[in-house]
Design a protein around this ligand. Structure first.
Ligand code: PLP
Length: 448
């Protein structure tokens, strides 16, 4: 049974993030192989992967060195773990590398398998630390509306998108959401970007004071929001936010799951946006998506709290069977070696201006309210009325229409509500960027 994939898929797979009521009418798109920035479906049709899969396949779909790194590790030691003092060399080397390259002081690295697990771990660590420090009431976590931090019970609670909460009985208590820094949508009439950033920082401070600073433990943010619609905060935003956090001893977590490893033209998104986080969550491009792996970078004061709690409780009772899986760690190590050897950040800096320029050429398109982005990440926000910024009614299905036309033209883009997102592999060339936007232009013109 090698064909009839669509029927077999529909009979067997519960798809994540799909409308399960309408999926049977549309059928799945079954991909079979990849080559560079292209993926090929089961009929042999190539698509330029404008989303790197799910913001993750940074080195494209046919990197032989990563395949070899996985093969070699699988043949030598396919599994070992890090529980109770066991270890293995790929995890040690990867932790050393991450400590060394991180733009913040790192004491230890904790490995998980996904972005959600990393952010879930962050919350547990913050609670753990504040118990160790004798401040058991300092537990609330502030996230932002339209943030995306994952789908486990805690990380989905951090996520600030209504669909992730509705009927899942989320968010859990103690997780709050402050305003989203999207100037185009949420600035007051005539409010400058700077005034908008100041207002948002003031609103955060009011929230902390309202809740009681002794109850607020941490703030989490993506440098540039991804799944919320590729939202680049206004200049100076994080500086103002940071000043508020510092005033109330609120621990700051950067969710670098999308922005980490070159996406914004710096190795880490925090560097590109002027953030000074206490900790970072890394995933996706950490292994170029060839294997699932994620990491939490732990500062010294957090690590000391973990040691103190271990003394008290007998161990640090947290960890996944596959924390630091040797094959995933070996692939991640090779991925970072490639980033450094091939100067992937330099490449992003070289091609991103063309990407952003081509994206912004759509600013005047009758369907586009805003063309925005940074580095190799961008979105077009489609509107029914450019003057009033009125959105299309959801039932018009404009986003689905656009992505379907794009796919017909051989381009994978993603609709996030009204925002059509792009996040191509970091290895994309200038001529591939041109082709991407030629295909996008046709798809957009058909979407009317
Ligand atoms: N954080 C961010 C910023 C993400 O974009 C994602 C996934 O898209 C996650 C966390 C969750 O990662 P995962 O899907 O690997 O659990």
């Amino acid at each position: 049974m090698t064909d009839n994939y669509a029927a077999r898929d529909l009979a067997t797979i519960a798809h994540p993030y799909a409308n399960l009521a309408t999926l049977p009418d549309q059928g799945p798109v079954v991909m079979e192989r990849g080559d560079g920035v292209y993926v090929y479906d089961s009929a042999g049709k190539p698509y330029l992967e404008g989303m790197s899969g799910l913001w993750c396949a940074s080195l494209g779909f046919s990197n032989a060195e990563l395949v070899e790194a996985a093969r070699e590790q699988m043949a030598r030691l396919p599994f070992n773990h890090l529980f109770a003092g066991r270890s293995h060399d790929p995890a040690i080397a990867l932790a050393e590398k991450l400590k060394d390259m991180a733009p913040i002081p790192v004491s230890r690295v904790f490995f998980c398998n996904s972005g959600s697990e990393a952010n879930d771990t962050q919350i547990k660590l913050v609670w753990y630390m504040n118990n160790a420090l004798g401040r058991p009431n300092k537990k609330k976590i502030i996230s932002r509306q339209r943030a995306y931090h994952g789908v486990t019970i805690a990380s989905a609670s951090l996520t600030g998108l209504p669909g992730n909460h509705a009927d899942f009985d989320l968010p859990i208590a103690g997780i709050l959401h402050t305003a989203c820094p999207h100037h185009y949508r949420y600035a007051h009439e005539g409010e400058s970007e700077e005034d908008f950033a100041t207002r948002l920082a003031n609103e955060l401070e009011e929230m902390i004071l309202r809740e009681g600073p002794d109850t607020v433990a941490a703030f989490i943010a993506e440098p540039v929001m991804g799944a919320g619609g590729v939202i680049v905060p206004p200049a100076g935003y994080f500086e103002k936010i940071q000043a508020v956090l510092d005033r109330y001893d609120v621990y700051m977590i950067a969710d670098e799951v999308i922005c980490g490893f070159g996406r914004l033209g710096e190795m880490f998104g925090s560097q590109a946006l002027g953030m000074r986080p206490d900790s970072m969550s890394l995933a996706k491009a950490l292994s170029a998506a060839y294997m699932p792996i994620s990491a939490v970078l732990i500062p010294e004061r957090m690590y000391q709290a973990m040691v103190d709690e271990s003394r008290k409780n007998g161990a640090f009772y947290h960890g996944f069977t596959y924390s630091g899986h040797p094959v995933a760690a070996a692939v991640a190590l090779k991925t970072i070696e490639i980033y450094e050897r091939d100067d992937i950040v330099g490449h992003v800096r070289k091609v991103a201006p063309l990407f952003q320029q081509r994206l912004r050429e759509f600013s005047e398109h009758p369907l586009v309210g805003e063309a925005r982005g940074m580095g190799l990440m961008g979105a077009l926000e489609l509107v029914a009325d450019r003057k009033t910024k009125a959105a299309f009614p959801a039932q018009a299905g404009v986003g689905a229409m656009f992505t379907r036309y794009a796919a017909e033209e051989g381009l994978i883009a993603r609709s996030l509500g009204d925002s059509m997102a792009l996040c191509p592999p970091l290895i994309i060339t200038e001529s591939e960027i041109d082709l991407l936007f030629e295909r996008l232009a046709i798809a957009l013109d058909r979407t009317t």
